[in-house]
Unconditional design. Structure first.
Length: 133
């Protein structure tokens, strides 16, 4: 079972919070420089970040208090709540990190194109998904 230890990795939580805050700050700075700043857009980003952090914190509590509940089986690998949260947080760090890199490149005037590797989802869960015991 992936995610066998009880506690969710705090480094992932801290990393996700940092890239989300960085994304908001970089986006606001870029918008100010381009004279396209809208406070409503910034506050939507802040609300989204706070909501996600609160929701992930609640999910971590669920993962800690219920470590034996299996959620999904991906290619024969069983995942409990902790393992699934860690995969989602890692994907979120990658997504927000990529957005931050693009914004930093724009702010410092780098002309190198930074592209997404793929528009497809990183996690594909088959429709005939079942958990083997």
């Amino acid at each position: 079972i992936i995610g066998g230890d009880k506690m969710v990795n705090y480094n992932l939580i801290i990393g996700l919070v940092c890239v989300m805050v960085s994304n908001i700050l970089l986006g606001s700075s870029l918008a100010k420089i381009k004279q396209e700043f809208k406070s409503g857009t910034m506050w939507n980003g802040v609300y989204k970040a706070i909501s996600l952090i609160f929701a992930v914190t609640l999910m971590c509590i669920v993962a800690y208090t219920n470590p034996d509940i299996l959620l999904v089986s991906i290619n024969g690998v069983n995942l409990n709540m902790k393992g699934a949260i860690e995969i989602i947080m890692t994907t979120g760090i990658g997504m927000y990190g990529g957005m931050c890199l693009k914004k930093v490149a724009q702010l410092i005037g780098v002309s190198t194109a930074i592209e997404n590797v793929s528009d497809k989802s990183v996690i594909n869960i088959p429709e005939d998904n079942y958990i083997k015991r």
